[in-house]
Design a binder for this molecule. Sequence first.
Ligand SMILES: [Zn+2]
Ligand SMILES: [Zn+2]
Length: 171
Amino acid sequence: MFISLEELELHRVVVSETYASGALDYRGAGFKQLGPMKVSASAELRGQEIHIQGHIGGRLGAECDRCLTNVEIPVERDFDLYYRQLQTIARQEEVEVPAGELNVGFFSDAGIVLEDVVSEQVILSVPMKVVCRTDCQGLCPVCKADLNRVQCGCRDRPPGAESPFSSLLEH
Ligand SMILES: [Zn+2]
Ligand SMILES: [Zn+2]
């Protein structure tokens, strides 16, 4: 959905959208959308800037960074953003966002694409490290066993004895 500057000059734009899995482009991020992603937002002009605020709700699925099991990540994110038109900034002028204005983005056409705003916010809502639980033990680097479920004993074995069965063969 395109929210145009032209329309915003006339009135505030209030939107409510539901995006099915696959409808939003997460630019190769390492998660999948599970079920619909719901967005409610309102946009208005504030001087030269587009102010958009709203809420995104949905669910994502990703793999635990340590043990690779599937993890469900709930998304409940409020956003409050300003977009500045790129043409209003002189070419040579360095684009510097003052501290405290970190929520300022830029738009180059005659408005903003809601889907771009939403997919960016969803990406930002995902933690840097996805873990199934804070004390996840991960996979054994030697035998790939899930250390949350088994004690493979590789860590206690001296280097060189790679197979968990090599000690049995000696007897
Ligand atoms: Zn895990
Ligand atoms: Zn192991």
